[in-house]
Design a binder for this molecule. Structure first.
Ligand SMILES: *Cc1c(COP(=O)(O)O)cnc(C)c1O
Length: 239
């Protein structure tokens, strides 16, 4: 894709976010756009970074780390949003700003162990399987989220930021909103029980960002609507 088309698409997503925020009576700067760049080239990422998009999301640890190295001269913040294996915690902990997909206790001490002391605390979101789908990762019960949150709080170099979900695709706006409202209710309950502020709700993609923003999303994750369809890629699983 030509860089000018890429930047045009990025501008139109930003204006969708602005309009949805206005409609929800929220400030547009309460909602940040995470550009999901999995399988897309470092050149495309660089072109967007030069236009001013600095937060990028990736699903594979290897791919994220390779791109981070190639683009180290740019002030990009990397978000990891894919399923995380425990043997990848060592590679991701020093490179990511935020991990959206924490869903198992085992990952937490490993991430803490490998987060270098000179860096800001690694921000973590707990992934919730809000529709209880067998095929999806994420915790299914509130008590699991509470247990994860309590363990994260014991490590000073980790920071619990909130929750993330990938709901079942729904075309009906009110059904879309239901899932997001449920995630917000979990976040509010968790923040209350722990007595902390949990600012982030990572929810909403190309087809449901309006519903997510009405229900309080602070990070929307958009791939295809910015970068176009993903090219076929050999790196479909971690070795
Ligand atoms: C790939 C992905 C996205 C972006 O999906 P698109 O359909 O390309 O917009 C968002 N969130 C997660 C967790 C993803 O894996």
């Amino acid at each position: 894709m030509k860089d000018s088309l890429l930047v045009d698409r990025w501008h139109s997503i930003q204006s969708r976010i602005r309009q949805a925020s206005l409609a929800a009576q929220r400030h547009a700067n309460e909602v940040s756009l995470l550009a999901v760049s999995k399988f897309h080239s470092s050149d495309a990422i660089a072109a967007l970074a030069e236009a001013g998009q600095l937060a990028f999301g990736e699903n594979y640890v290897q791919e994220l780390c390779t791109k981070a190295k190639t683009l180290a001269h740019l002030p990009i913040e990397w978000h990891f949003i894919g399923p995380l294996q425990s043997n990848k915690c060592r590679d991701i902990a020093p490179v990511a700003t935020m991990i959206h997909s924490v869903d198992r206790l085992k990952l937490i001490p490993l991430l803490a162990q490998h987060r270098p002391a000179h860096l800001a605390p690694l921000q973590l979101l707990i992934q919730v399987n809000i529709d209880d789908e067998a095929s999806k990762s994420g915790v299914k019960h509130f008590d699991e989220a509470l247990e994860l949150a309590k363990l994260i709080q014991t490590f000073p170099n980790l920071k619990l930021g909130g929750l993330m979900t990938i709901p079942k695709p729904q075309s009906d706006l009110s059904l879309q909103r239901q899932a997001f409202a449920q995630l917000r209710a979990w976040r509010d309950r968790l923040a209350n029980l722990l007595g902390v502020n949990l600012p982030h709700l990572s929810m909403g993609m190309s087809d449901d960002l309006e519903a997510a923003i009405v229900e309080g999303a602070t990070i929307v994750r958009i791939g295809t609507a910015i970068f176009g369809p993903r090219p076929l890629h050999s790196m479909t699983k971690e070795e």
